[in-house]
Design a protein around this ligand. Structure first.
Ligand SMILES: [Zn+2]
Ligand SMILES: [Zn+2]
Length: 159
């Protein structure tokens, strides 16, 4: 995907999911590392990390575009445009944008965590590796742990 195609895709996504035009610039930025994209408050332009598209494909990338467009449209209409804001969370949910992006760091691959649930107090417990559930019990209530599965660690979208 080149620069012009990215611009086109962001404009189309904006119209299709937000019903509003995207009137600024969308550019690929290879300097973004762990973030999928970035919204610039002063220029209103959007940066996108091409590694998301190259590593995880177009569906993941579309989620990032929607995420950045949430910042964009909310900011331009003077609504809560930050991650913590209710409006942001609501709009992100409505358009199906990404809250997280998978880990992109190459030197430090995404860690898998083993997830257990305590059968006593129901709390979820993450461990770096599998543990012996015959011996290892819940730290809070000493209940037995049940193996749930492996979860991949995700990184917060800071953009
Ligand atoms: Zn417990
Ligand atoms: Zn963001």
């Amino acid at each position: 995907m080149n620069q012009a195609e990215l611009q086109q895709l962001v404009q189309e996504t904006s119209l299709a999911y937000f019903g509003l035009p995207f009137k600024h610039q969308a550019v690929f930025n290879r300097r973004l590392r762990t973030t999928g994209g970035r919204y610039h408050l002063t220029s209103h332009n959007l940066d996108f990390n091409p590694l998301i598209l190259e590593t995880f494909g177009s569906e993941e990338f579309l989620g990032v575009i929607k995420h950045e467009l949430c910042h964009y449209h909310l900011h331009l209409t003077n609504q809560g445009f930050q991650h913590k804001d209710k409006e942001f969370k609501q709009l992100l949910k409505e358009v199906g944008g990404s809250r997280f992006v998978k880990s992109l760091s190459k030197s430090k691959p995404a860690k898998s965590l083993v997830l257990y649930q305590c059968q006593g107090c129901s709390q979820l417990i993450y461990r770096q590796r599998r543990v012996n559930t015959e011996k290892y019990v819940c730290g809070q209530c000493k209940g037995k742990l049940m193996y749930i599965g492996i979860r991949n660690e995700t990184v917060n979208l800071k953009g």
